[in-house]
Design a protein around this ligand. Structure first.
Ligand code: CDP
Ligand code: CDP
Length: 217
């Protein structure tokens, strides 16, 4: 039996996870947030005070880690880490961990295993190009950097008072640069992906567009 695979890629703040979650609910399929996996490992690196440039130690941690999803939660070594992986520190460091080739091999392997026996919508940076190259539908979501930073600022302002718009914008630009320029599976649009620029579009507009594409309309 062939399972449905939908790949959503794009830069930070493009709306990937929000949109993917809604589509997963709509179609009753599993949503996999691959960014959360790189974030969980980065959180472990930080908690263990491992230098972010110490690739050998980071690879060792990656090999020893148990990262899994259960009922919309992410677990690192059996500890729920949904909140911890969204910290500013993790934001700042995650792209350095994610550019390590061996780390990617380990996590991509896990991602492909998850997609082996169920219908999935997966979001990340290399899903359409690398993780699920035969996905039924590949979407490359994007939006202007101003809009993406504004979205993240609005989201974080409520939770954290001392965060500035410029700091968020700088973090997004830096992460996009590292993610796009790394050697191993960089952030790039798959040749057969459909680009949706979400600047000025509502979440529901984007969900509707993707559902229409799935229906072949
Ligand atoms: O939500 P946001 O777009 O800010 O980031 P994310 O999807 O949680 O991903 C965090 C980081 O993980 C990205 O900036 C990439 O460095 C890395 N990542 C990756 O390299 N490959 C993926 N498939 C997903 C995320
Ligand atoms: O996963 P990614 O980093 O691509 O983005 P996200 O975390 O899904 O979206 C970032 C923020 O933008 C969320 O607060 C969404 O509610 C918001 N958003 C929006 O305002 N309009 C859209 N068309 C998509 C997302």
């Amino acid at each position: 039996m062939e399972y449905i695979q939908i790949a959503i890629d794009g830069p930070a703040g493009a709306g990937k996870s929000t949109i993917a979650k809604k589509i997963a609910k709509c179609l009753d399929i599993t949503y996999i947030d691959t960014g959360a996996m790189y974030r969980a490992l980065t959180y472990k690196v930080l908690v263990n005070n491992v230098d972010i440039y110490n690739e050998e130690e980071i690879i060792k941690l990656a090999r020893e880690s148990d990262i899994k999803f259960f009922q919309e939660n992410i677990y690192l070594d059996n500890q729920k880490v949904n909140e911890e992986i969204r910290s500013i520190e993790v934001n700042k460091n995650v792209s350095y961990v994610a550019k390590i080739r061996e780390v990617r091999l380990i996590l991509v392997n896990l991602q492909r295993k998850i997609a082996l026996d169920q219908d999935v919508i997966m979001d990340g940076r290399d899903i359409g190009t690398h993780v699920l190259p035969n996905a039924r539908l590949k979407i490359f979501l994007t939006a202007s950097v101003e809009e993406r930073a504004t979205r993240r600022y609005t989201e974080l302002k409520g939770k954290c008072n001392d965060i500035s718009f410029n700091e968020i914008k700088k973090d997004i630009i830096n992460r996009d640069k590292i993610d796009s320029e790394r050697k191993s599976a960089p952030l790039v649009k798959a040749e057969d992906a459909i680009v949706i620029d979400t600047t000025g579009l509502s979440i529901d507009d984007v969900v509707e567009k993707i559902i229409d594409l799935l229906r072949g309309e």
